[in-house]
Design a protein around this ligand. Structure first.
Ligand code: ATP
Length: 239
């Protein structure tokens, strides 16, 4: 069953059209990735899915429900959550306070359950709970951003560049957490410039080029695609 469906979605900022009639679908329970160079329109698409920016055209549905025109606060109520590019934490607030921001619509009991789950995924956040987010390492900040997105107990998690600027070991920790989140039944759409990582984590991939879907297919096949290899994997063999 396909749970997220985009039908000819377009996004524009004034005269700049960032996304042109993109259609894609994400199976319930899958990890799907969206690859593309800087400015290809990946973040615009994620932000449009969660209702942070309006569509210029097209339709979005989630679990059979029409989400076109739905605003972000309502999308969160429908089970969507976004960990944005650049993390967007409140550096002066503690880890705990940042996490609490993600649970604003939950009851106190639900918040406690979500918090335990986030601390289970990222034990380091528990150790640093009272530390200001601005004092965390880049990897810990990324964990905090994903943790905050998980605090609303989403069924669809949108991850924008979770590996950006992180050291290889930390990328491994974040990748393991993503796999663990998915194993609990959360559907994940992940935007990444690290194509190798994204293709390893996902079952299906879409490649965006100047706002259009240039290529799509099972991740295992795209790893061997000459175009993907040349442009996104630096021409190296990955086997
Ligand atoms: P990156 O990895 O650099 O974030 P991206 O693939 O996520 O790239 P977008 O950030 O979605 O791409 O940008 C797509 C296009 O839309 C680019 O041409 C960008 O300059 C433009 N754009 C993005 N945000 C805005 C904005 N707020 N106002 C005007 N143009 C924008």
């Amino acid at each position: 069953m396909s749970s997220l469906e985009l039908d000819k979605v377009s996004v524009a900022y004034g005269n700049i059209q960032a996304v042109h009639e993109v259609s894609l679908s994400v199976r319930q329970g899958a990890v799907v990735c969206l690859l593309g160079a800087n400015g290809a329109g990946k973040s615009s698409l994620l932000n449009a899915i969660i209702g942070l920016i309006p569509l210029r055209g097209g339709k979005i549905s989630w679990q059979g429900r029409d989400m076109t025109g739905t605003r972000a606060f309502e999308a969160v109520r429908q089970g969507l959550s976004l960990s944005p590019e650049g993390r967007r934490l409140f550096p002066g607030l503690t880890v705990m306070e940042n996490l609490a921001m993600g649970a604003y619509r939950q009851t106190r009991g639900d918040t406690a359950v979500s918090l335990e789950r986030v601390f289970g995924l990222f034990p380091r956040l528990k150790e640093r709970a009272r530390q200001r987010a601005g004092s965390l390492s880049g990897g810990e900040q990324q964990m905090c951003a994903i943790g905050r997105a998980m605090m609303s107990n989403p069924s669809l998690l949108l991850l924008d560049e979770p590996s950006l600027g992180l050291a290889p070991k930390v990328i491994g920790d974040v990748a393991r957490a993503i796999t663990e989140i998915n194993a609990t039944g959360v559907t994940i759409l992940i935007v990444e410039q690290n194509a190798k990582l994204a293709l390893r984590l996902s079952e299906y991939a879409y490649v965006l080029e100047t706002g259009r879907v240039a290529l799509h297919g099972p991740s295992k096949e795209l790893i061997d695609d000459p175009h993907v290899r040349a442009i996104y994997l630096g021409g190296v063999a990955t086997a």
